[in-house]
Design a protein around this ligand. Structure first.
Ligand SMILES: Nc1ncnc2c1ncn2[C@@H]1O[C@H](COP(=O)(O)OP(=O)(O)O)[C@@H](O)[C@H]1O
Ligand SMILES: [Mg+2]
Length: 278
């Protein structure tokens, strides 16, 4: 299931050809579904890899597929948890996974109160979003006000203020890929010059990181905490060990495949097949 065929989806198509897997491509632009009927003649595959870039599109398509009894990687439960950073932070902390201290507030005034408790610098994030977009550093009350003010003129989802302690970390973070109950590959993402965010979409540079038992244990626990499936777990290094700051449910992997040589697309396909009900 896709909305755009990125290089990552093309790698999945290549892996399917290589392994002789019968892969059907479903362009969600073309879907017109009667979700109240199971007799609309749409032929569905045995299992689905959900690859829509749009979070909103992906969870709605996944809900419709699960209603037809089809396994979807990732499930509605996991994607709707991961796709909202606040719900994900709650799931991680309930599972006792080390994660940055995070507040939610709904007004500028309450956000400044939260910031007083968290201290500066802090980080403001949209609850739904990726690639580091709108992820901003709040350095003091003045800059916090300047950054919060325009959000009042944005979509109401941008007025769910997700405010987090800024972690003291090296100029990099870690992305660890979990498929089922295994951490299959990991990379450092080194921040590009002049940028504190490490997203490869912002120029962050991927570097192979052999998976250690500590990294695997924490990443697999984080994956389980959001409902299990296949994920890109984002972690940061602190003086007292790793913290998990995000679990991504529709993950890009082309840079990781390039630097680690691990066949992530092949593993995703095998995992989807393993979920087909007997
Ligand atoms: N609490 C934090 N402390 C320090 N750096 C952070 C923190 N949260 C995020 N970052 C940096 O910002 C990047 C984007 O944040 P993230 O929560 O992963 O959102 P996105 O979904 O946009 O990737 C991270 O990869 C990391 O480099
Ligand atoms: Mg991220």
């Amino acid at each position: 299931m896709y909305d755009q065929l990125r290089p990552d989806e093309r790698l999945i198509i290549d892996a399917a050809k290589r392994e002789g897997i019968d892969l059907a491509l479903y362009d969600t632009d073309q879907l017109a579904w009667d979700v109240t009927s199971t007799h609309d003649g749409i032929e569905l595959a045995d299992a689905f890899l959900q690859r829509c870039m749009s979070y909103f599109r992906s969870i709605h398509v996944t809900a419709a597929l699960e209603a037809r009894g089809k396994p979807v990687i990732n499930s509605f439960k996991a994607s709707s948890t991961c796709g909202n950073k606040l719900i994900a932070s709650i799931a991680l902390s309930r599972a006792k996974i080390p994660t940055p201290r995070t507040f939610v507030a709904f007004t500028q005034e309450a956000s400044l109160k939260a910031l007083q408790q968290l201290g500066y610098p802090a980080v403001l994030k949209p609850v739904v979003g990726s690639w580091g977009r709108l992820v901003a550093q709040l350095k003091d009350p003045e800059s916090a006000t300047a950054i919060l003010e325009p959000r009042e003129y944005m979509h109401p989802i941008q007025q769910v203020y997700y405010i987090q302690e800024k972690i003291k970390r090296p100029e990099r973070d870690i992305r660890c890929y979990v498929v089922g109950d295994q951490a299959v590959a990991a990379i450092y993402r080194n921040a590009p010059p002049g940028e504190w965010r490490t997203n490869t979409a912002r120029g962050g540079v991927a570097e192979n990181l052999p998976v250690t038992p500590e990294l695997e244990e924490l990443s697999v626990r984080a994956a389980e905490a959001v409902g299990g499936g296949a994920f890109g777990v984002d972690l940061m290094e602190t003086e007292s060990g790793f913290v998990v700051h995000e679990v991504n449910h529709t993950t890009e992997f082309k840079n990781t495949v390039r630097v680690t040589g691990v066949d992530i697309p092949g593993m995703l396909l095998q995992y989807a097949i393993s979920q087909v009900k007997a």
